[in-house]
Design a protein around this ligand. Structure first.
Ligand code: LHQ
Length: 259
């Protein structure tokens, strides 16, 4: 349900239930979690690339898993969120390495918000983002109610969430919801090149940069200035800082080790 490949420091995780537009069932959740846990624990992994196989990126929760017409007690959706979606979003946000997301096609429901939780999100020009929740009486999850207003402001966040209208990738990029759009045929190459470049970077410093920018969401300026001071102190002790400065002075390309 998730293809996993490792090359040049990049762990590529490909959602792989193309017949269902890569909607999440439990197996896919567990496989994706295993992938992100590996990224956390394996120092050789210095960037992650998340994408989907087939014509969709991810259609959110697999709704055929929980057909209400089959009767029985209403499922505890809070339990599903607690068990699967929330841990996934935390794994992505707390990973001290860059996560690139290549949205190869439609991203709906939780699928859209997982893409928004990644650090750098590129999308195929034909992709669409849909806060599909309102269509079935649900509330945006996977951090959507947090990321949408931060990335877009309340006006656009509310309109997208309340109407569930699809947002085309070009508009999403223009609004600052994602980093950029790429021609469909070039998406995977471009996203792989970006992830590979990041994986050859000063991983410790990049991880701290990610942490600092995320902390700004809740910090005051004073708290943020202090955080920057502390992180810079730590970064200044890294081998990659010494290498970066030496390479600059030698007028050569740095060879970062990620430490
Ligand atoms: C699907 C799905 C799908 C199953 C396409 N499930 N089969 C959290 C906690 C617990 C429970 C509930 O949810 C959540 C969070 C959520 O993510 S809620 C939001 C769930 N997702 C949706 O509501 C999106 C449902 N899908 C759609 O609206 C459309 O499929 C989109 C707009 C994504 C794509 O439309 P089309 O390009 O027209 O493709 P399609 O609808 O024909 O889909 C292709 C196939 O994939 C089709 O199967 P079939 O056997 O007919 O070929 C769909 O049934 C299947 N599929 N999404 N979420």
């Amino acid at each position: 349900t998730v293809l996993s490949a490792f090359a040049d420091g990049v762990l590529v995780l490909t959602l792989n239930r193309p017949d269902k537009l890569n909607a999440f069932n439990e197996d896919m959740h567990l496989a994706l979690r295993t992938g992100f846990e590996r990224a956390h624990n394996d120092a050789a992994v210095r960037a992650v690339l998340l994408t989907g196989s087939g014509r969709g990126f991810c259609a959110g929760q697999d709704l055929s898993d929980r057909d209400p017409r089959k009767g029985g007690a209403a499922p505890d959706l809070g339990g599903t969120i607690e068990q699967f979606y929330n841990p996934l979003i935390r794994l992505i946000r707390t990973l001290d390495k860059p996560v690139v997301c290549a949205v190869n096609g439609v991203a709906a429901g939780a699928g859209a918000n997982i893409a928004l939780a990644c650090d750098i999100t590129l999308a195929a020009r034909s992709a669409r983002f849909i806060q599909a929740f309102a269509k079935i009486g649900l509330v945006p999850d996977s951090g959507g109610t947090w990321s949408l207003p931060r990335l877009l402001g309340e006006a656009r966040a509310k309109a997208l969430a309340l109407t569930a209208e699809p947002l085309d990738a070009e508009t999403a990029a223009g609004w600052g919801l994602i980093w950029k759009t790429v021609d469909d045929a070039a998406l995977l190459d471009e996203a792989t090149a970006l992830a590979t470049k990041l994986a050859a970077g000063p991983t410790t410093g990049l991880g701290m940069t990610k942490r600092a920018i995320q902390a700004a969401a809740t910090n005051s300026l004073d708290e943020q200035l202090e955080l920057e001071r502390d992180l810079q102190r730590e970064a200044g002790r890294s081998a990659d800082y010494a290498e970066g400065v030496a390479a600059f002075l030698d007028k050569r390309k740095p060879e970062f080790k990620g430490r």
